[in-house]
Design a protein around this ligand. Structure first.
Ligand code: HEM
Length: 463
C-alpha cells in the first residue's frame, strides 16, 4: 500500500529548506553487479544503513541541538540511497515490467531524441558522452551524501564487497562561501519544487501542489497506477544527467551581449541578460516580479519568491517565453488547457554541482579547462511525462505557443550539433532574436534508475 512516510527517504533533499537534511556533499557511485548471489546477500546488510524518514527526523534534531549548543563545525551524518537501472533490475532476476518504456530502453538509447550532441555513423547515433555512460554496464547508482560522505561511501563498498564493480564515481558538492546553493553559472538553485499532497508540508504561495502519484509510483495520481507491479509501489524513477557547464564562455557571452536598457550600465545589462535567460536573478528573485533590477529581499522571502505565474506581464516584457523556468514550468501560460497541462509534468529536483571553481586563468582565457557542471537528479513516476517532457519543451522552438516563436531554452535547450536561437531575451532590441553560438550546458551522459522503497529492497531485491 502507498505509504507517505515510507517514501520520504526519496524526498529527503527535495525540499531542502523544510524537509531534508542540509546536503553539502554527495558522491554518486555508478556500479555494475558482478556476483548476483553475493550482491543480494550483502544488500540485506546494507539496507539498515539506507536513510529512512525516522533517520531524517533524528538527523534534523541532532543538527538543531548542535547549533543550539553553539558547537562549531559539521555534525557527522550520512545518507545512502540506492537505485537500479533496467539492466540492474534484470540482472537481479526481476522480470516485471515497470511500464515505463524510457526506463526500459535506458537513457543512452534516448540520447538522440533528447538532443544530445553526437555523430550519425551509418544508421547509428554515436553520442558525445563520457565512455562510462556509453559502456552499457551500469546496473545501479548509490548516492552517498552529507558530511561523512567518505564513511558512507566506504560503508557501501565494504558491505557490497566484491559483488560489484565501480564503473564511475562523481563527487558532487555545494559551492563554497556565498555561492552555497548556487549552481556554477552563479544562480541560486532548488527554489521552486512542487509540494506533494499529504507528503510535504503545506505549500508556500505560488508553489504547485501535485498528487503524490506524479512523483511516486503506485500513489494516488500515478497515471500508470493499474499496471505497476506491487513491489514498485512507493518507489520513483530517478534521472541522472551529467551536465557540463561552460562557465567562462557563458560569462563572456553575457558580457558581449548586454541589454541596452536606458540608464543601465553595461555590467548590469549583462546581469539582466543572464537573469532573463534563467527567469531569475542570481539571488533567486524572479524576473516576473523584478524585471529590471535584482531584489535580494524578494529572493529571500519564501512567501513571495515563488508567487508569480507570468500573467504579471503576459508578453515577454518581464520574462522571455524561452526563459529556463518558463519553458520548464510555464505556469499560467497553459491555464487554458487546465491544471494537468503543467502539474502532470512536475518533477522533484535534487541536483548538486560537481567540479572545481573557475580559475582566474580560465576567466582570463574565457575558456573552460576541466569538467564542471551539474549532477542533475530528478524524481518522477513517468519519465516521458517528467524529465523527458521538460527537455523536449526546452528543445522545442515553438513552445510555449505564442504570437512569436520563442526559440530554445538558452540554458538547457539542445539542438544536437547545430546552433540555437532564442527569442525575447532583450525586450529593448530591434530584432528580438539572439543567436547562441554554442551550448553553454553540454550533456556528458546519464542513466535512468528506479529507486525502490525500503520494503521492496528487503523483499524483492535482497536475498
Ligand atoms: C546545468 C543545467 C541546469 C542549470 C544551470 C539549471 C538552473 C536552474 C535555476 C537557476 C533554476 C531557478 C531556481 C529554482 O527554482 O530552482 C532552475 C529551475 C528549474 N529547472 Fe533547471 N537547471 C539546469 C537543468 C535543468 C534540467 C535538465 C531540467 C529538466 C529537464 C530543469 C528543470 C528545472 C525546473 C522544473 C525548474 C523550476 C521551474 C519553476 O518551477 O519555476 N533544469 N534551474
Amino acid at each position: 500500500m502507498y505509504d507517505p512516510a515510507a517514501i520520504s527517504h526519496l524526498l529527503r533533499r527535495s525540499q531542502p529548506r523544510r524537509l531534508g537534511i542540509p546536503k553539502r556533499v554527495e558522491w554518486f557511485l555508478f556500479f555494475k553487479i558482478t556476483n548476483v548471489d553475493d550482491f543480494k546477500k550483502y544488500l540485506k546488510e546494507l539496507i539498515p544503513a539506507i536513510t529512512t524518514s525516522t533517520d531524517i527526523a533524528e538527523i534534523r534534531n541532532a543538527i538543531n541541538d548542535h547549533k543550539n549548543e553553539g558547537k562549531q563545525g559539521l555534525i557527522r551524518v550520512s545518507g545512502i540511497n540506492l537505485a537500479f537501472s533496467n539492466r540492474g533490475i534484470q540482472t537481479l532476476g526481476i522480470d516485471d515490467d515497470l511500464t515505463d518504456p524510457s526506463f526500459t530502453s535506458g537513457q543512452l538509447a534516448r540520447a538522440q531524441a533528447l538532443g544530445d550532441q553526437g555523430q550519425i555513423i551509418g544508421d547509428t547515433f554515436d553520442v558525445n558522452w563520457i565512455p562510462a555512460f556509453k559502456g552499457g554496464d551500469i546496473d545501479g547508482l548509490a548516492g552517498d551524501c552529507e558530511a561523512s560522505v567518505v564513511e558512507a561511501f566506504n560503508r557501501v563498498t565494504n558491505v557490497l564487497g566484491n559483488s560489484f564493480k565501480e564503473v564511475l564515481k562523481v563527487k558532487g558538492g555545494v559551492r563554497p562561501g556565498k555561492e552555497k546553493g548556487h549552481e556554477h553559472f552563479g544562480f541560486l538553485n532548488g527554489i521552486s519544487q512542487p509540494a506533494i499532497l499529504s507528503v510535504t508540508p503545506p505549500p508556500f504561495p505560488g508553489q504547485a501542489v501535485v498528487d503524490p502519484g506524479i512523483i511516486i509510483v503506485g500513489a494516488t495520481g500515478d497515471p500508470n497506477l493499474s499496471s505497476r507491479p506491487s513491489w514498485a509501489v512507493n518507489g520513483s524513477f530517478l534521472v541522472y544527467r551529467q551536465l557540463n557547464q561552460l562557465v567562462p564562455e557563458f560569462s563572456k557571452f553575457l558580457v558581449d551581449n548586454p541589454i541596452h536598457e536606458v540608464g543601465l550600465p553595461p555590467a548590469e545589462g549583462s546581469e539582466l541578460l543572464g537573469a532573463r535567460f534563467v527567469g531569475r536573478w542570481k539571488s533567486g528573485a524572479p524576473v516576473a516580479l523584478a524585471p529590471t533590477h535584482d531584489d535580494p529581499e524578494l529572493a529571500a522571502d519564501k512567501q513571495r519568491n515563488n508567487n508569480f505565474d507570468f500573467s504579471e506581464a503576459a508578453d515577454q516584457t518581464n520574462c522571455p517565453f524561452a526563459a529556463h523556468i518558463r519553458k520548464t514550468n510555464p505556469r499560467s501560460d497553459l491555464s487554458r488547457f487546465g491544471p494537468s497541462a503543467t502539474l502532470l509534468h512536475s518533477i522533484s529536483r535534487q541536483s548538486i554541482p560537481f567540479g572545481p571553481e573557475v580559475t582566474p586563468e580560465e576567466y582570463r582565457e574565457n575558456k573552460t579547462h576541466c569538467d564542471r557542471g551539474l549532477s542533475f537528479v530528478c524524481y518522477q513516476s513517468v519519465l516521458a511525462n517528467g524529465f523527458e517532457f521538460m527537455q523536449a519543451r526546452a528543445n522545442n522552438i515553438h513552445f510555449p505557443v505564442k504570437q512569436v516563436v520563442p526559440g530554445f531554452d538558452p540554458i538547457i535547450g539542445q539542438n544536437g550539433n547545430d546552433t540555437r536561437t532564442t527569442q525575447g531575451s532583450d525586450p529593448t532590441a530591434q530584432s528580438n532574436s539572439l543567436s547562441l553560438p554554442f551550448e553553454f550546458v553540454v550533456s556528458k551522459g546519464g542513466e535512468y534508475f528506479f529507486s525502490p522503497s525500503i520494503t521492496a529492497l528487503k523483499t524483492k531485491f535482497a536475498a
